[in-house]
Design a protein around this ligand. Structure first.
Ligand code: FES
Length: 148
């Protein structure tokens, strides 16, 4: 009897240690998944490492040959704002983070709650007061470079 009790105590002790070990092992994947989340520098996320080129002869981007039109690439809204100039801003709205920014009527506009931004990313109403991240553009022949 005495031996059985001490075995139970031993198992409880092991169980407690096992749970502690599991907690340690579970914490490691959680930490590594945080590290592996897309960073703002991920080009696909439109971060500070952004640098890509659009071919305006490509059907997917040929709308940019027309003033007032826009395309979305890599979560960046690229608009033709005049015969010689473009504007590019993040598609992610600064109001509540919805990926719903478009270009219309010579300004950037979020279709979720109506935030408005000028072509330099500055907010034009209360929902747009935090502005938008803007990107630089450079046209070389038919190639439009978008970069930060
Ligand atoms: S998320 Fe864009 S206006 Fe609210």
């Amino acid at each position: 009897m005495e031996e059985k009790l001490s075995r139970n105590a031993f198992l409880k002790s092991l169980g407690f240690k096992g749970a502690s070990l599991i907690a340690v092992y579970c914490a490691i994947p959680v930490l590594s998944s945080c590290i592996n989340e897309p960073s703002p520098n991920d080009p696909g996320a439109g971060g500070s490492g952004t640098d890509f080129t659009l071919d305006l002869n490509d059907a997917a981007y040929s709308k940019l040959n027309t003033v007032g039109k826009y395309v979305v690439a890599n979560r960046i809204v690229v608009a033709r704002i005049s015969s010689t100039t473009f504007a590019a801003v993040t598609q992610v709205c600064s109001h509540e983070g919805r990926v719903k920014v478009i270009y219309q009527n010579a300004e950037f506009y979020c279709t979720e709650h109506g935030a408005k931004f000028d072509v330099n990313g500055r907010g034009l109403n209360s929902n747009g007061k935090n502005g938008l991240t803007v990107y630089m553009t450079a046209l070389n022949g038919n190639l439009l470079r978008v970069f930060s």
